[in-house]
Design a protein around this ligand. Structure first.
Ligand code: FMN
Length: 194
């Protein structure tokens, strides 16, 4: 069981940040996020997520023209911006990832709609694991869908195999630009126990 303080860090006090301290995020820390989030479950252990950590100034410049106006300044300021993408051919790795079921690749190969639905569902789940892992390691996140997906895909995934889902700024946040915390619905208006 995690402590109340740990639960605050991951959920209750964690905010979506719009401004960043001038503090580097090391490559070792990025690897540590991955080493945690990779254990989150995906259907058939399909693991469709692919990540590009945009960290160098040169790579940030490649991202810049594809960001929405409102997301541009904070993304250029962030120490790292992760492109969370999905592999449209994720099923090619199923013989390796689900070795006890040699038939698993055939559930998806040649059935593009089923493959895409599965990839998006599971890569989005993995994006959630990614945010929780980063917060557990003391980082702050700024997830964003305000960007030109097709433009990012042309720039970073020119062979068309990987497709961007959302971006996530990473670093150590400041309070600048924080809006008041939005309320969350209470249990009874969202959940039922039957
Ligand atoms: C998938 C996703 C996409 C988002 N896209 C944007 C965005 O493009 N620009 C932005 O300023 N905030 C974006 N947000 C931030 C949300 O508005 C924010 O996480 C939400 O209001 C909760 O804020 P809080 O974590 O501070 O409580 C996005 C969040 C998620 C999870």
């Amino acid at each position: 069981m995690l402590s109340d303080k740990d639960l605050d860090t991951i959920f209750r006090s964690a905010r979506t940040h719009n401004s960043w301290q001038d503090r580097e995020v090391s490559d070792v820390t990025l690897q540590a996020i991955y080493d945690l989030m990779r254990w989150g479950p995906t259907s058939a252990n399909s693991f469709p997520l692919r990540i590009v950590f945009v960290k160098s100034a040169a790579a940030k410049e490649r991202l810049k023209p594809h960001l929405s106006e409102g997301n541009r300044a904070k993304t250029m300021q962030a120490p790292v911006t992760a492109i969370l993408a999905w592999d449209s051919r994720f099923y090619d790795r199923l013989p390796e990832l689900l070795p006890h079921n040699p038939d698993a690749r055939n559930w998806f190969a040649g059935n593009e709609q089923h493959a895409e639905t599965t990839a998006l569902r599971n890569a989005s789940l993995q994006g959630g694991y990614f945010i929780v892992a980063a917060r557990a390691l003391g980082l702050d996140c700024g997830p964003m869908s305000g960007f030109d997906n097709a433009g990012v895909d042309r720039e970073f995934f020119p062979d068309g195999r990987y497709r961007s889902n959302f971006l996530c700024n990473l670093g150590y946040g400041t309070a600048e630009g924080l809006k008041p915390r939005g309320p969350r619905p209470d249990f009874d208006s969202v959940c039922e126990i039957v």
